[in-house]
Design a protein around this ligand. Structure first.
Ligand code: ZN
Length: 270
């Protein structure tokens, strides 16, 4: 697959998963969209903080995915991988420097600092400036780390007392994918903990990313782990990962795969 300038997979919308989110806390859409998952989390954080601390975003003036080369180059733009956004584009056009006041630049610097180098601003380009432009500048694991940091901002703060026990109680190995098992799985994977597998699910995405890192060719779409006896590619990959019988199905009400998951979680890793 071809890559955009920052090394992310680029292609038409049939080949990469582009979503069109609303910027959290605004009425502003990104109709062209961004790459789903952690990139979406990070870029929508940048957009939301830009709106809150730099200047209000204008609906219809914010751009995202676009399959094209960098202007004046044969290299694919980071817009072609859904890993770049343009904010209030008409007011901050490519090629014009210093379109933001010093106070606004300072606010932009705070957003960039929070992202720890994972996001690069076009206003920092050494050549032609591109003030409207923000892009992912690191690989998947660094982006995932910042996405977790962002999700933790909205997670409820744990009470300071009483202290949670150092070792969680062992899960019962009963082969049932219930709330206690899901909650522990979410804790171990570092996703939001609610004891439910939503559709799509951050937990499933995290498991899919892990499986992909082990060479299983599956989509990171947050779907495909369900104790309903149906065939899912993600379940098939998970069975390969845990070494249980590979039929792609999580049988109900008792599943050997779920037992293997519970045994693994009782080691406090996955
Ligand atoms: Zn751009």
């Amino acid at each position: 697959m071809s890559k955009s300038q920052n090394g992310w997979n680029a292609g038409p919308k049939t080949e990469i998963r582009i979503v069109s989110p609303k910027v959290p806390g605004t009425n502003v859409d990104f109709p062209q969209g961004v790459l789903a998952g952690d990139v979406e989390t990070v870029l929508m954080y940048v957009a939301a903080e830009f709106h809150r601390t730099v200047e209000p975003l204008k609906d219809g003036e914010c751009w995202g995915y676009f399959y094209k080369n960098i202007e004046g180059s044969s290299e694919l733009s980071n817009h072609a991988s859904g890993t770049a956004i343009d904010l209030n584009a008409p007011a901050h056009p490519m090629g014009r420097a210093n379109t933001f006041s010093a106070a606004k630049v300072a606010a932009i610097r705070k957003i960039l600092a929070f992202c720890e180098g994972v996001v690069r601003w076009g206003g920092d380009y050494s050549g032609r400036k591109d003030d409207m432009h923000f892009e992912i500048n690191k690989g998947a694991s660094e982006v995932a780390r910042i996405a977790r940091k962002i999700r933790a901002l909205s997670a409820p703060k744990p009470p300071s007392t009483p202290k949670p026990p150092a070792q969680p109680a062992k899960l019962v190995v009963d082969g049932k994918l219930g709330p206690a098992t899901i909650r522990r799985w979410q804790q171990v994977m570092g996703t939001p903990v609610d004891g439910k597998i939503s559709d799509p699910s951050e937990l499933v995405r995290a498991v899919q990313r892990l499986l992909r890192s082990k060479g299983h060719q599956i989509d990171v779409d947050g779907r495909g782990i369900r104790q309903d006896g149906r065939y899912y590619l993600t379940t098939y990959a998970l069975q390969g990962y845990l070494g249980t019988e590979r039929d792609g199905r999580m049988s109900a009400p008792v599943s050997e795969l779920v037992k293997a998951i519970q045994r693994r979680l009782n080691t406090n890793k996955f």
